[in-house]
Design a protein around this ligand. Structure first.
Ligand code: ADP
Ligand code: MG
Length: 584
């Protein structure tokens, strides 16, 4: 991905929501930006504005303001106005430099922790927590006194104490973005961590990164002047803090000189701090609405290794002609001492070209089972036991790249909620191309494949350039199905693919799945809460309740003579009369 493309995406993220940010916010932002621009101009044109060398005596000591010395001179005859003008350079340089460093470190930590998860995540976030509670002003004084006073060292010292805040804020948003449906969908289709970061996570958190940058710059400017005021600044440069240091140490307070020696740098400093604060406020307001409802700190950080099978205990081989075989699979979610068994010892087989319908009320564990099949159960959930055999391979023994290599290529997920599985910022063609590119190096081959699959799910070429919001729900569902089959998987798990669609569209999508099964020889696990609907196309039905299978059998049998009361209840809940024939 090119830098220009990333930039475009970031711009789009900023421009995305015109209603974001209040009027006051926008005004404050403009005022802040104006103040900073003015000070930047002063800093850039300092040599033209100053008139004298700020570090050499150029007149008599303690001169009152005059045309030649607008702010008079200090005790050794140095031009105070020249010092003020040159001081802007130091403040801005330190502010920007430290903020770049601190935000970059924070961003790096946030991305590492948020995408690697596991032990690295826990360790990194502990360090962040520690850095956050440390009294940073004391730390900065100690470090500055110890390491020296050079400008670059000061910037490094300041960023060393300021990185934790951006790290913490950005981390929680990396987690948040990771839970967006289209990011989960991208993972389900086999995208690598790096790809997900570059295409989905970075563009979404960039606005927040900018606001963190401005906030950090604000604190950095303050810290620099505080250090300089304490005499810990670079002795070879004048800054506003060092002006205050000399004014204080040479008793400017006792004479009239304080009026032009102390007041101007104080005011200039205030101007920069207020400018950054206003700008930061405005950007934060724009960046936040899309990322509101953040996770509680610490959520999702509990990590437990999936219980591994003892060595040498190989699973029994799979029956021939079977694509998927699940044995005694359990998935649980833990919070504190409490544990919810979402999937409780489930087993079933899916012969080649069959459709297995998985039916149950909301919360019965269907999605958890789907995620387990794809090896995508994440903390606080864990697969507690069982075997998943796909074409003879034990999926649970696979890790990292090997597991990702299966996802999208051999087993694909049509995630629940197709409406939100698509990234609103890209055309559907691009999103399908991206899926197809997983197994195709050549962009043209990926493009060709995308056209093929889009047409095979019934989307005409003239609609391929449309954005998700321009399509109906049924069409969007077709796009997600196209993405799932782009790399010729042998098994497709479709989680509630027709929920939320009207009756006619539901029938069309089911018809499409049947056609694809016949044409491509797919095996399908079809998840729904609507027993009759799935029963119309499925060969086998599994009825789930509270994570267990309470009834299983041939679809016809289960529908016509249910044995379990829960199956009867589900049948009663599902509208009996449908206009559309079982499409066979
Ligand atoms: P379904 O897809 O059938 O509606 P789910 O698999 O989504 O069911 O959920 C099954 C159970 O697992 C529910 O009780 C739900 O509360 C719990 N569960 C699902 N996801 C999580 C999660 N991330 N954290 C905690 N509990 C969860
Ligand atoms: Mg579900």
């Amino acid at each position: 991905m090119t830098a220009a493309a990333t930039l475009r995406r970031v711009k789009r993220a900023f421009a995305g929501d015109p209603s974001a940010g209040s009027r006051t916010g926008r005004r404050l932002g403009l005022i802040g930006a104006g103040m900073l621009l003015g000070i930047t101009l002063v800093a850039v044109f300092a040599p033209l504005l100053a008139g004298h060398d700020p570090t050499a005596p150029s007149g008599a000591p303690y001169r009152a303001p005059s045309f030649e010395f607008p702010l008079g001179t200090d005790d050794v005859g140095q031009d105070l106005f020249a010092q003020l003008v040159y001081g802007a350079r130091i403040s801005l340089t330190i502010g920007v430099l430290s903020a770049i460093l601190a935000t970059a470190i924070g961003l790096g930590v946030a991305l590492l922790a948020g995408s690697l998860r596991g032990r690295t995540e826990v360790l990194l976030m502990r360090v962040v927590d520690l850095a956050l509670v440390f009294p940073f002003f004391v730390l900065v004084i100690v470090l500055a006194a110890f390491l020296g006073r050079d400008l670059l060292i000061t910037a490094a010292v300041i960023s060393a104490v300021l990185w934790a805040k951006p790290a913490r804020v950005l981390y929680s948003d990396v987690l948040k973005v990771g839970e967006f449906q289209h990011v989960i969908a991208a993972r389900a289709m086999g995208a690598s961590n790096l790809r997900v970061l570059g295409r989905h996570v970075l563009p979404r958190i960039a606005p927040l990164g900018v606001s963190q940058f401005v906030r950090t710059a604000n604190v950095a400017v303050f810290l620099e002047s505080a250090l300089a005021f304490l005499g810990l600044g670079d002795p070879n440069r004048v800054s506003w803090g060092s002006m205050l240091f000399f004014a204080n140490s040479r008793s400017a307070f006792l004479t009239d000189a304080w009026l032009w020696w102390i007041l101007p740098p104080g005011l200039a400093l205030t101007l920069v701090l207020v400018g950054f604060a206003f700008l930061g406020y405005a950007i934060e307001e724009r960046a936040d609405p899309r990322l509101s409802g953040r996770r509680q700190p610490g959520a999702g950080r509990r990590v437990r290794r999936t219980a591994s099978r003892p060595a040498g205990d190989e699973p029994a081989p799979q029956a021939p002609g079977t694509v998927l075989e699940v044995r005694n699979l359990s998935v649980a979610y833990r919070s504190g001492d409490h544990e919810v068994r979402a999937v409780d010892g489930i087993g079933f087989t899916a012969p080649q070209r069959s459709i297995v319908g998985l039916v149950g009320e909301s919360g019965s564990g269907k999605s958890s089972l789907a995620f387990a099949l794809l090896g995508m159960v994440r903390p606080p959930g864990e697969v507690q036991g069982g075997e998943i055999l796909l074409n003879g391979r034990d999926l649970r023994s696979l890790r990292g790249p090997e597991a990702r290599g299966i996802r999208g290529r051999e087993i694909a997920l049509v995630p629940q909620g197709a409406m939100s599985s698509l990234n609103p910022a890209y055309t559907i063609r691009r999103q399908v191309v991206e899926s197809a590119a997983l197994t195709r190096e050549d962009p043209r081959a990926a493009g060709k494949r995308a056209r093929e699959v889009l047409e095979s799910v019934g989307i005409a070429p003239q609609r391929h350039g449309a954005y998700p919001h321009e399509l109906s729900g049924g069409m969007r569902q077709r796009v997600v199905i196209a993405m799932a089959i782009a790399n010729e998987p042998s098994l497709v798990v479709a989680d509630e693919p027709v929920t939320g669609l009207d009756v006619v569209t539901q029938a069309r999508i089911l018809q499409l799945l049947l056609e694809l099964r016949d044409r491509l020889g797919l095996t399908l696990v079809l998840i729904s809460h609507d027993l009759r609907l799935v029963g119309r196309v499925a060969d086998e039905l599994l009825v789930m309740q509270g994570g267990r299978v309470v009834e299983a059998g041939a679809a016809e049998t289960v529908m016509t003579s249910p044995c379990h009361p829960h199956t009867e209840a589900l049948l009663a809940a599902s509208p009996a009369l449908r206009e559309v024939e079982r499409p066979r």
